[in-house]
Design a protein around this ligand. Sequence first.
Ligand SMILES: Nc1ncnc2c1ncn2[C@@H]1O[C@H](COP(=O)(O)OP(=O)(O)OP(=O)(O)O)[C@@H](O)[C@H]1O
Length: 322
Amino acid sequence: MLNVSELTYLHENGKGVSNINFELKKGDHLALIGESGCGKSTLIKSLYGLFDLDKGSIKWRTEKILGPAYNLVPGYKKFKHLSQEFDLMPFTTSEENIQKFLSRETPEENQRRSDELIALFDLDEVKHQKLKILSGGQKQRVAIAQALANPPELILLDEPFSHIDQFLKHRLRRRLFQFLKKEEITCIFATHDADDVLPFSDFTMVLKEGKALDFRTTQQVYNRPKNEYCASLFGDVNVLDTYEFNLDLVDERVVIFPHEIRVVTTQKYQGKVLSSYFKGSHYLIEIDFNSKSIFAISTENFKINDKVNFDFDRDRIKNRLN
Ligand SMILES: Nc1ncnc2c1ncn2[C@@H]1O[C@H](COP(=O)(O)OP(=O)(O)OP(=O)(O)O)[C@@H](O)[C@H]1O
């Protein structure tokens, strides 16, 4: 359905994205991840048709997505793009904003659709309030609802939850992605949050300095990270020499997640605690081992300079890498 080939777009200062290739099918969800400035927004805007590409092509079904040089109103009509600065009408109500792009010919259907979205995004209390007095998070929810009111074939979301507090975020995120799957809307979203990526994206693209370092299923990207940069986008990781820890793996150096290293009571590898971070269900312990930092998981807290023994969950590591 979506076919992106050699997509290259550089801003005047030479920064942007280059040689991006991927394909998606109807209803697929793709997460774009990478450090700040790696090109996520530039790629999203290019896909929507806001830039004239330097090279490459974007095709949706059989149609080519072209930039502003070819369109009076930039942006492909079957897509919706939700930028980091949402474009809403400040002096009309949330409900009116949500209904803005709906056809006037079907008022009952419009009302049903906007009621459904208002309920989905917990906007009941503010539906009759003018946009200008809403909080950033409320505006962001109105913007998402507006983008979905007239369902697009593909939605491009740039940091869709950046203004929404943790309390609401988990629920809204589940509801949004379930809704998109139910309606088979293809979705590409940029995020900094690993919790957005793992449960909700079928595919993940890792970007660095405008290039795609990885594009595979999200499970593959997580389980077999291409390098430390790709792995570290999901949290703290260890990159260890396999021979030093007798890990019996093909690669000489391997990414090991903290939850694959356990603090144990039996003497195994012994190190000194550098720090301990309370994570709710566990502690993340940073251990100094032969002058190297190792992150491990513990159910018990430790004091700085305590001696600890740790070992690897070798079966779990092998299963992940298989
Ligand atoms: N309009 C512009 N003119 C010139 N350079 C730009 C423009 N927009 C972005 N850039 C540059 O292009 C690169 C990619 O920026 P982009 O906004 O796409 O990154 P990003 O991954 O979305 O970043 P963030 O996560 O911080 O939003 C950066 O170096 C940025 O400074």
